[in-house]
Design a protein around this ligand. Structure first.
Ligand SMILES: *Cc1c(COP(=O)(O)O)cnc(C)c1O
Length: 462
């Protein structure tokens, strides 16, 4: 074994070889040294375990190809483009909403250039970074003003910390929800230093339950949209307008965490209906919070909209500074909201709505092209079919509702072969993320953003 160890080159020897110097010129000294050290360390372990040299040290020059391969891989971004064929359009694990083109352009400008972020060009003086969004939310929903933070979880935290620290918040037991990724309403309440007062039961809560819980320590009444689950059967909840009436009686604000925050009525597009921000305001709610990257179709953000005086208090809380958005997000969000000023064009320009509203016939044609391509690159190993599928919105919007879709399904008697194919899909330079159901791979076209790009990517399987 000692003889094998002696055959290992030193870092200096690698660096001083002409190929080593070429790599240093291309990637810089430190990166090449780092990769060489790691490679030699791994080679020592390899020799100990296998009692032979690794292949890249046996062949002449192969070691430099290996070093370069590692250096290239090191500089590749791992948060890379994937093809979403899961059938879930707003997929949290795949980054939720795709930005509209105009939003991408606005964000790109903000990244590389100075922008009028906190500067009022007309008055020629300092302004607030949330002003443009606040004005747009006012135009679109009738809310007096708005405040923008990092995400909707942050929005809820800020509302609780501002208005209910050391006080009580009344909420129905049917709304004590957990959203994936450790967002639980009771935990957020504890973080914000307020006391949660649960009323009613899991399936039914009445107005009197809220009334009986009100005392001099109550800060506000809260509604939380149940988002990712649904209660069926013998159920009952108190509508916002009833809570608003009760709140007025005791001079208490009503705050609603809407989650998805649709700004347009989806039933207009024959999609499952989600409550809109406008409908909640029409019921008299004082503050509403919602996400920017769910049905709204923009960047990750949390928007709080409502009464001017309450927004002013939120803006002056120290946590707002911690949770505020940067120029890139604000530019993307502003451009996204501007699309809502032209409602007839929305389904064409807002990417997530475009995906959700694609006609089934169009998905059918896409499926035919995808199937033909797969048949040409996968030979006759697998049996493929075009089947009706059901897609979903995702991100907690209408969890039970299904949207008609079309999928290419891939079946094979041995499940090992299917697993191997999924691995090949995942190793593509832009990987395919599929759904597995009933021993078949489902490639659902509803959530796919770019068919042409997918078809090109599939050439790598050849
Ligand atoms: C999604 C959701 C949240 C969390 O929003 P993020 O933007 O993901 O932080 C909070 N409340 C409700 C009701 C939700 O649906």
């Amino acid at each position: 074994m000692t003889a094998l160890f002696q055959q290992l080159p030193s870092v200096d020897k690698l660096l001083n070889a002409s190929q080593g110097q070429q790599l240093t010129t291309k990637f810089g000294h430190s990166a090449v040294v780092g990769v060489c050290r790691a490679l030699l360390q791994q080679s020592r372990q390899f020799i100990q375990q296998n009692r032979r040299l690794p292949d890249f040290l046996i062949q002449d020059q192969a070691v430099f190809a290996e070093i370069e391969r590692r250096l290239l891989r090191q500089s590749q971004v791992q948060i890379k483009s994937v093809h979403n064929l899961t059938g879930t359009v707003l997929h949290t694990n795949l980054g939720r909403a795709l930005w509209a083109e105009s939003a991408q352009r606005a964000a790109l400008t903000a990244m590389g250039e100075n922008v009028a972020l906190e500067y009022d060009l007309e008055a020629g003086k300092r302004s607030h970074r949330d002003n443009y969004i606040s004005e747009l939310i006012h135009q679109l929903t009738g809310a007096e003003a708005a405040c923008v933070v990092n995400n909707n979880a942050a929005a809820v935290l800020l509302m609780l910390a501002t208005f209910a620290q050391g006080k009580e918040v009344i909420i129905s037991r049917g709304e004590l929800i957990e959203i994936g990724g450790a967002f639980r309403i009771p935990d957020i309440m504890a973080q914000a230093g307020c006391k949660l007062v649960e009323v009613g039961t899991t399936n039914r809560t009445h107005l009197t339950d809220y009334r009986n819980a009100i005392n001099e320590n109550t800060a506000f009444l809260m509604k939380v949209h149940s988002s990712n689950y649904q209660i069926c059967g013998f159920t009952g909840e108190v509508a916002e307008h009833q809570l608003v009436e009760l709140g007025r009686e005791f001079n208490l604000p009503v705050i609603s965490d809407l989650g998805s925050g649709a700004l347009t009525d989806l039933s207009r597009y024959n999609l499952p209906k989600e409550p809109t921000v406008q409908e909640k305001f029409a019921q008299g709610v004082d503050l509403i919070s919602f996400s920017g990257d769910k049905l709204l179709g923009g960047p990750q953000a949390g928007i709080i909209a409502g009464k001017k005086e309450l927004i002013r208090q939120l803006q002056s809380h120290p946590l707002k500074r911690v949770l505020r958005c940067d120029k890139v997000i604000l530019a993307g969000l502003e451009a996204t909201l501007r699309l809502y000023l032209q409602p007839e064009k929305l389904a064409e320009k807002l990417t997530s709505l475009h995906l959700l509203t694609q006609p089934v016939e169009q998905l059918q044609r896409q499926a035919e092209r995808l199937k033909a391509k797969l048949e040409s690159v996968l030979n006759d190993e697998f049996s493929m079919q075009i089947e009706a599928s059901s897609a979903q919105i995702g991100s907690g919007s209408q969890p039970m509702a299904r949207i008609p879709s079309v999928a290419v399904t891939i079946a094979e008697k041995s499940s090992q072969k299917l697993t191997a194919l999924l691995t090949r899909f995942k190793r593509l330079s832009s990987p395919i993320i599929a759904r597995v159901e009933n021993n078949k791979i489902w490639l659902d076209l509803r959530s796919l953003a770019d068919l042409e790009k997918l078809l090109t990517a599939l050439d790598e399987l050849n």
